[in-house]
Write a protein that binds this ligand. Structure first.
Ligand SMILES: [Zn+2]
Length: 413
């Protein structure tokens, strides 16, 4: 069956300005793009885009579907009983899709298998959610922090312990395995500058990841954490806050294999949070201010080297809910000097690449998968409109309409 979407302004994900035209979709892929109207044939479903913007679906590059809090449901902490966690995670997947995120790269889960099961349900068509790179738990050495999500049962250290962990996650079906290479100062003062694993351990993890055909994802604030992450073959490095010139050079040398996501959403949310009187966030806020200032200087340098940078902001904490993910786009314009079209390119075209599907996802291009949003307004003029799900008149994923313009009309009555 063919769907024809006429009378739209096409933002194709490449970063160039929108242009008027029409798009047709056959089965799960884009079949034709025209600068005029596409004539409907018998049996076609036609959609009048009414001059709205048609763009590729977005990708969240630092997703935590198992972090419980969302725009629909506040959870005052990180832990839920297993049944509640499973249902909340499935709900968060639906919430991301409702907000225009047709893809998500997981930055770690609270369970070794939950995202893998969820992804099976999404892929088989039984449950709404983004295309997902399901992750293992976020592994770090044992510690005392209450807020800390990185608790795992096995803590066998040394190269063999790391290999066994990576192999086990891969055998369970994870596509990405997450390590905290350095710590997190927001949770423990000074920890962002501490390495949590040795170079030897991380090199062993890298070796096993290549053998088991799984990707490594790293939490890396410290400059040495970035360097070891690159050496060990990590595919995605988050934060990279204190990268020095040598670390930047190493990232640049591997720019065709590596992705960086600064995760500014959580930083801004920490600065904005108004905690109840019994909760002292002053240390977290001081650290967030430092991270923001450092990343504002760092991101333009990484970008100038051609390193692929993606929005994605650690949403899911109580003060930074799942569903608010598109706020990263506004923050990139405000803090990192991106134009709306540039950050939309990062969220769409680079999103397809981080999903490992750059040759078929993230652009409006003939032959590409039809993950499409119809947006009421022009996000290349004001990217903040992406934060309002009521502005999404249509959400299509793999050629299937998840939200139709008729549904949008009905819900706004
Ligand atoms: Zn995270």
């Amino acid at each position: 069956m063919r769907t024809v979407i006429n009378n739209v302004n096409i933002f194709d994900g490449s970063g160039s300005q929108p242009y008027p035209g029409s798009v047709s979709v056959v089965d799960e892929r884009i079949s034709e793009i025209s600068t005029g109207n596409i004539a409907a044939q018998a049996g076609d479903k036609t959609i009048d885009g009414q001059g709205m913007t048609l763009m590729p679906g977005m990708c969240e590059a630092h997703a935590h579907l198992t972090w419980p809090t969302s725009v629909e449901k506040f959870v005052p902490g990180m832990y839920l009983p297993p049944e509640e966690l499973a249902l909340t995670t499935a709900r968060n997947a639906r919430i991301l899709l409702d907000h225009g995120f047709t893809s998500a790269y997981s930055a770690g889960a609270l369970s070794k298998t939950l995202e893998i099961s969820l992804n099976n349900h999404i892929e088989s068509g039984g449950m709404p959610g983004p295309r997902l790179i399901p992750s293992s738990v976020e592994r770090e050495p044992p510690n005392e922090s209450e807020l800390d999500p990185g608790k795992v049962e096995e803590h066998v250290r040394g190269p063999e312990g790391m290999k066994a962990f990576v192999k086990d996650c891969a055998e369970l079906g994870a596509k990405a395995v997450k390590f905290l290479i350095s710590g997190e100062s927001a949770l423990k003062p000074g920890a962002s500058l501490e390495l949590l694993y040795s170079e030897e351990e991380l090199m062993a993890a890298g070796e096993q990841a290549r053998e088991s055909n799984v990707w490594l994802t790293g939490h890396a604030h410290a400059k040495e954490a970035v360097k070891i992450g690159v050496k060990a073959g990590f595919r995605v490095l988050y934060h990279c806050t204190y990268a020095d010139d040598e670390a930047i050079e190493m990232l640049a040398e591997h720019k065709d294999e590596i992705f960086v996501a600064p995760t500014i959403g959580i930083v801004q949310a920490t600065l904005d949070a108004k905690p109840p009187p019994h909760m002292d966030m002053s240390h977290m806020k001081a650290d967030a201010a430092l991270v923001l200032a450092t990343q504002k200087a760092l991101v333009p340098k990484l970008r100038a080297k051609g390193i692929r940078l993606l929005p994605g902001g650690d949403y899911g904490f109580p003060f930074n809910p799942n569903g608010r993910n598109a706020r990263d786009l506004e923050l990139w314009v405000e803090h990192f000097g991106y134009t709306p079209a540039e950050v939309l390119h990062a969220a769409t075209a680079l999103g397809g690449q981080i999903m490992g599907m750059g040759d078929e996802l993230g652009l409006i291009k003939a032959g590409y998968l039809a993950d499409l949003l119809l947006v009421d307004g022009d996000p290349t003029k004001d990217v903040r409109i992406m934060q309002d799900k009521n502005r999404l008149a249509m959400i299509m994923q793999g050629g299937k309409l998840y939200k139709t313009p008729e549904q949008k009309h009905a819900s706004s009555q």
